[in-house]
Design a protein around this ligand. Structure first.
Ligand code: NAP
Length: 325
């Protein structure tokens, strides 16, 4: 049957009038969401996952993941996401290619609106992740995955004996820059000021590392290259001088933004915009759990996010058991 636009809009308004009741609603389908779906499905809670724009989240755009146990030869990020999804579906998880647009956590069941419908959820597992901030300069988007990266742990290995630059002056830039010295011939940290934001220990480690150089008071105005990164166009903020620095890789660590806007004024946040959970993955609202990068500013790994997702689902299962008549 062929659908036209008016059919679709009437279907969507029909869907929005009749909330779907679920025991577990998972928001997001990165490693945390997919692992939560698997565990909730195996507890026979028939979880529904609103996938967001991309199944697998940030991991899915990683060329190859070589640090997830069980894959001695590595696994493509997208392939891994498909495997996680298939495993969760095998036990009854349902995936909707849809995104939540609004949540009401003031009473249970929680009311969630999405682009295509509405849900009444006994428990909510928030795994909406975080996104690395971008420089938003010419060449950055085009060369992402071709020399531009936001993850040294994921991509550092590809830069063995190469020259790379790191943009940023915070803990992430220095920590990831130090990690990159395992592989790269040289790591040049480009910072927009002459004072680092990073903590003292990381600063002295970076300054003591013979592979690390600094360029101060400088911003990247363009990433240069056709098929792959060849260099960065720089501008000194104090002198206005412009130059091109040849490089094989550009690692950008200028902060992360957790995807939490929807939960503002409803859940507790830390000072950096991450959701606060206890060690049982419970947020400030009973029945709402959070896992992965939405509440993890520290580890940002597939395995840690997946572990947190599993823990959140186990705790959601306990919550449902203790609240059922
Ligand atoms: P961050 O502390 O916000 O640092 C971001 C850095 O990027 C700053 O140096 C900032 O410059 C620079 N920056 C921001 N926007 C920029 C732009 N458009 N162009 C050029 N530079 C730009 O972010 P983070 O390093 O990811 O750290 C986030 C949080 O996680 C922090 O609380 C940090 O302490 C924590 N963290 C801790 C560890 C650890 O303890 N081992 C490791 C990683 C992260 P300015 O300094 O001029 O603002």
């Amino acid at each position: 049957m062929e659908l036209n636009l008016s059919d679709l809009s009437s279907m969507s308004s029909q869907a929005s009038q009749e909330p779907v009741e679920v025991k577990v609603l998972v928001l997001g389908s990165g490693p945390a969401g997919l692992a939560a779906a698997l565990y909730a499905a195996r507890a026979e809670l028939h979880p529904v996952v609103l996938t967001g724009m991309e199944i697998g989240g940030q991991a899915a755009v990683t060329h190859i993941i070589e640090n997830y146990p069980g894959f001695p030869d590595g696994v493509g990020g997208q392939e891994m996401a498909e495997l996680f999804q298939k495993q969760a579906e095998r036990f009854g998880a349902k995936f909707e290619f849809d995104s939540a647009t609004e949540v009401d956590l003031s009473s249970r069941p929680f009311r969630v609106k999405s682009y295509n419908g509405q849900y009444l959820a006994e428990t909510l597992i928030i795994t909406t992740g975080a996104h690395p901030n971008h420089l938003n300069v010419p060449g950055e988007k085009e060369l992402t995955g071709r020399g531009v990266s936001y993850c040294a742990t994921c991509d550092g290995w590809f830069f063995k004996e190469k020259d790379v630059v790191v943009v940023g002056g915070g803990d992430s830039a220095l920590e990831e820059g130090l990690f990159l010295t395992r592989y790269a011939k040289s790591v040049t940290i480009i910072h927009r000021r002459d004072q680092l934001r990073a903590g003292a220990i990381l600063q002295s480690r970076a300054k003591d590392n013979p592979k690390i150089k600094f360029i101060w008071d400088t911003i990247v105005t363009e990433v240069v290259g056709e098929e792959a990164v060849k260099g960065v166009q720089l501008k000194n903020k104090k002198t206005g001088e412009e130059s091109v620095l040849p490089t094989d890789g550009v690692f950008i660590f200028i902060g992360y933004t957790p995807n939490t806007q929807m939960f503002e004024k409803q859940l507790a946040f830390d000072g950096n915009g991450y959701l606060v959970t206890n060690n049982l993955m419970e947020t400030s609202v009973p029945g709402v759990f959070a896992a992965g990068e939405v509440n993890d500013p520290n580890f940002r790994q597939v395995i840690t996010s997946a572990g947190m997702g599993a823990a959140a689902a186990i705790q959601a299962t306990r919550f449902i058991e203790s609240h059922s008549a």
